[in-house]
Structures are given as structure tokens and as C-alpha cells.
Ligand binder design. Sequence first.
Ligand code: 6R9
Length: 709
Amino acid sequence: MSAEQEPQVSEVQTSEAQIAVHWREEEYYQPPAAFVAQANAGDPDIFERFAEDHFPECFTEYADLLHWDTGWHTTLDTSNPPFWKWFVGGRLNACYNCVDRHLATSRNKAALIWVPEPEAEATQAVTYQELYRRVNEFAAVLRDFGGLQVGDRVTFHLPMVPELPVAMLACARLGVIHSEVFGGFSGAACGDRLADSGSRILVTMDGYYRNGELVDHKAKADEALQRAASLGQQVDKVLVWRRHPGRYASKLPMVDGRDFFVDDLLPDNRGRLVEPVSMPAEAPLFLMYTSGTTGRPKGCQHSTGGYLAYVAGTSKYYQDIHPEDTYWCAADIGWITGHSYIVYGPLALGTTSVMYEGVPTYPDPGRPWRIAERLGVTIFHTAPTTIRMLRKLGPDEPAKYHYRFKHMTTVGEPIEPEVWRWYHDVVGKNEAVIVDTWWQTENGGFLGSTLPALQPMKPGSCGPGVLGVYPVIYDENGERVPAGSGRAGNICIRNPWPGIFQTVWGQPDRFVQIYYEKYNRNKGSTDWRDWPYFAGDGAVQAADGYFRILGRVDDVINVAGHRLGTKELESASLTVEEIAEAAAVPVMDEVRGRAVEMYVALKPGLTPSEDIARKVTAAIEHEIGKIARPANVWIVPDMPKTRSGKIMRRVIAGISNFTDVGDVSTLANPEIVDDIRHRVQAEKLARGQIPRELTSQEAEEIKAFGHSE
Ligand code: 6R9
């Protein structure tokens, strides 16, 4: 890629299969000299080391960052495509790599610094030595009291507390596969994941602070177990950490013989040590569930060796983590970003990783900057939705605090160039480099980004493929869409990389079908070149090789960086007795990027009411969680449908966003469109939900919505 290329004006082209995208090219920002001088990846020589003709051996550079009990004999085994195996023959333990091996040099250094939400409560520094103790003791509990063995699954439903990384690392120590469900998800959503993973143990917490309130979290456990049981999964034990040991914060009683306080179990395990189990590189380390086109969540299965090598390598070069950095990734560990870039990557490198319990704007939008100032944070990592919120509520707050970031990350959704510039100028005080990192739950680590000292930043673009990763844009027919053509298409990765997930837990056919079938050239081939990975995102590549990600091409709505499946939202709505049909669509939202709007049609003979709309919202909160709460629920007389009876989501998405609904002449009931439009748009205006004008890119997204049906 050549960064010096003249900014180019994209052409507008339209075809059935491709979206045309046109916008102003943004200007480059160069990394500050002070950053370049100290960067881990400062020598352009690195591009040569990771050049395509050095694939796959280039990734031994990442694997060499780890301690291996036994070396590997095959870097990449492609014999059973697309189930790639990395570092075959190698054995290691992820917990040993993140904890034990740092003791010799850094036992007194903070591994984690935990900031509770209540500002009066003291910050907790957990040294590597203490982490070692806590992990060992909890591993003893899991093994001896929980009866867990290598390969068993255990589900966590834990908030942002140090007990979460402790529990993850304890599992890793035992070779037990952890599956953390985001704490904000409902009990029902947790139950679905408990059942899918076949967990016999749930680890949860009584309560945690959020927005100034001590949330009763344990209340969700009963619901989760009930749901799991209804799906045929019996959970034997619930291990409950207490937010304040000895003081139970939940209103729900503990169930005798089933629920146990962890702080009651630990004293008997004081000082116990558990040998780290040496695991094959390709043994699963954890599952992380994500939404897709159908209702059933997908448990993305990540490996031990490939995954850990990949997050360590990308943390070193892209996060530029040095052992003496204080690194704060403000994501939730309940998402992949937290697994890779709060826990495994930073701890593998022996740095200090900051965790914050609560809401970034609590008690005011200066909070993150106070934390950064107090702890001397040097690297800051967050999502556009948080940046937008902090910019809206406290645009001048960063200037009031004396922190200095050398590096900042944005992840999870496209960032608008204006928001990027506020992040750069105000949060970064014009002295921090920014990396916009594009990747997914399935990927383990970054796929698209700039190497911070060596490639200039461009607001709104993530950059080129990362080291050793070769993205490409294909059109619907599998033809390559050239860089600089101004045309969008489906972004794919041509080659495997060590962080790629191994399969969808229990659904290997779905793994192949969703991610590889579309562009596979030859099913019998064991050549990785025939198996491009289909990411499910639309993208455009500029002439300089930088990618701009446009968003999902499947039926997934990205709300505040969280993937919500339309089918999950719709089936939740259908649990309301009065509802006959439901459709979920995205609407543009100033802070969250996208919000959800639900359209529902009632069973015959029923009259629309506020009460029914409220029930739909409650059902979604119950089935998924509050993050999925719809902005509006519209009860309509009928859905716009094709002659074959399919709901045309793009039409209602157009109505919700006040954009062109496109051609409706082929609908079975075209007359309904105007009817719905008048009702919905009049009501939105009455509610003060005045839409802003969409960018051409956003308008294209709405037009394409639901096209995968
Ligand atoms: C890590 C994570 C993945 C989806 C992905 C894409 C969107 C993530 C992005 C981005 C534009 C970025 N996405 N990073 N879009 N620029 N830097 O977010 O994983 O929760 O699985 O979401 O998020 O649409 O496909 P996940």
C-alpha cells in the first residue's frame, strides 16, 4: 500500500448486486514523533517479515511471545478445511502464560487494577502474585468442589469485577472451557447459552454497581436455570461470588444444595496450588456467543495456542503495549474485545490492565478522565458509542484532567470522521495515535487496522489488513472488487490466521455454511486459497488499500457495538400472546449508532394498545436484555410482504428512517406502505423524533437491509 497516493474522488456506479458508495476522502494524520520513537513496531522491515510469501510461518513470531511446554511441528495444518489447525503438536497452558511466568520478574506489579463504580470505594490493585493465588484457589474450587475436568464447559454470568478474569484464568489452568455471558444479558439469554454449551455449573455474582445502583444480578440465575432445564440442560451447582464478601446483595434466596457462596468455599482452599494442565495448541480455550441470521446464538469456539499467540502479537504491535504501560480497555469482558484485549492479550504480555465496573458517564462524563489521570493510563481503548456519548455529555471534560495517552483504540462499529476528530483532538489532546480496529467475535483479534507508528491514520477507515491477514472485497458473483473503484462489496479474508475461531460449538455444518460456503472455490480442496472467510460486512477499499467498513450485510443490527440478530428480536416479540408477526429494523441513533424499531401485527380481532406495545418491549428485555430495548414498537395492521409472503424489512426500515422505500410495486399489498408510513412518521414527529438526513452510505445500508432473506 502506498500512503502517499493522492486522495481520489470515487465514482458512482450502480448495479443490482453492489452498492455504490461515494464520499469525500478524508485526510491522513501522521503518528506523533514521540510515539514513533518508542513503538514496538517501528521498523518497516516488519512488513517484509509478514509478507504473503512468508505465510504461514510469519506467525511463529507471535507464537514465540508465549511459553510452550512442547514446541509445534506444523505451523498450519489445512488437511480438514476449513477447520484450520495452528501450531499442531505444540502444548501450552494459557493461564501459565498470563500469570505464572510473570512471577519471576513482576510478582509485585499490578496485573489488574479494578475501579469500582462508586467513587468512594477504593480502587483494587491485584498484583501478579495475588492473581496467581486467587486463580489457583478458585481453580481448586472448580476442580474439587465443582468436579470440572478437562474439556468440560462452565458458564459465567459475571459483571466487570476481578472475579471474572480470575474465573477465566482458573478454567484455562484446568483446561476447562469457559463461556462468559455478558452480565447485561437477561436470565433467559443466559439459560439459552447454558443449554447450548452443556454447562453443569453456573458462576455468577449477587450484585454489581451500575449507574449508582446495586443491581440484583443473582435474580437472573433462577430464570437462567429454568430456561436451561426447559431445553434439557440440568445445572447442578451455582457458584455465587458476593460483591461485598459476607454481605448478600440479592433479594432472591439461595437454593439449598444448589447455590454456594464462593467466599464460603475459598477458606478451605487457602494457599492451594493447582498444576496448570499442559494443553494441545488446538484445545478449545473458551466459547463466546454471538448473534447471527437465525435465532439460535452461535458459540464461537476459540483455540488455546493460535488464539493466545494472536492476541499477544496484536496487543504488542497494534496496541503497542510495553510492560510498563498502564493499559485501559473500557470494553466489557462479556464481549470478545474484553476477552482478547483486557484479559488474554495484555496479561500474556505482563502489563497492567485496568478494569472499570460501571457506566463511563457515572456520576458525570468526567469520570473516565479522572480514572485515566489517577492511574496514569497511557493506552485507552473504547467504542464509538462511548466516544459519542462522552462527546455529547461532556465535550470539554478531557481538558480538565492531566492524563496523557500515547495511544487510543476504537472498535466495534464504524466511527464518523467528526467523532474520530474529537477523539483525536480533545481526548487524545493531539498527542495520541489512534488505531481503528475492525474485527469480530469469530476472529479472536484484529483483522483490519493501521500499524500505529508505520501507517498514517485516516478518520473513518480502519486501514489495511493487519500483519499476515489479507482481506479482499468480492461482489455477489465472487469477482474481486478493485481498490479505488468506489464500489462496495463483501469483505472477506483470503487466508487463515491463528486467531480464527475453530467452529460453531455443536454446529460444524453451520460454521462451514455461514463463513465459507459463499466463496468456496472447491469443496475438495485442502489449499487454503480456495476457502476465503466471509465476514458478513460490507466494505469499500480506497486506492491506498485502506478499508472503510459499512456494516453488516446480514440481518444483524449493531446497537452500541453489540450485535443483535433480527430473528432473536422477532422471536422474543412473538412470545407475546397477542402478536402474530414481528419485524425488527435499524434506525439511525446519534449515540448508539443504530437502535432497534419493532413492527408488530396483532392476531385477528385484537385492538392495538399501549399495553401490547409495552409487553413487546418487556418480552425483548426478558429474552435478550435491556441493551436490546426497542426505541419504538409500532403496531401495524399488516406487514408489507412479497407475493410469497415474506416481510419486506427494507420497506419498513425506509419508513422508520424517513428514506426512500424503493420499489414497492412487486409487493402483495403495496397499499399498506403509505398507510404505515403516515401513521409511523406522523407519530415520530409528534414524539419529537425528528430524523437527521442520512449520509448516502447510511441510506444504502437501509435500502440493503434484509436483503439476505
Ligand atoms: C470486535 C467486535 C463485529 C461487527 C463487525 C462489524 C462491526 C467491529 C468495527 C466494526 C467498523 C470497526 N465492527 N469493529 N465496524 N469499524 N472498527 O466488535 O466484535 O461484537 O462480533 O462485532 O462489528 O460490523 O462485523 P463483534
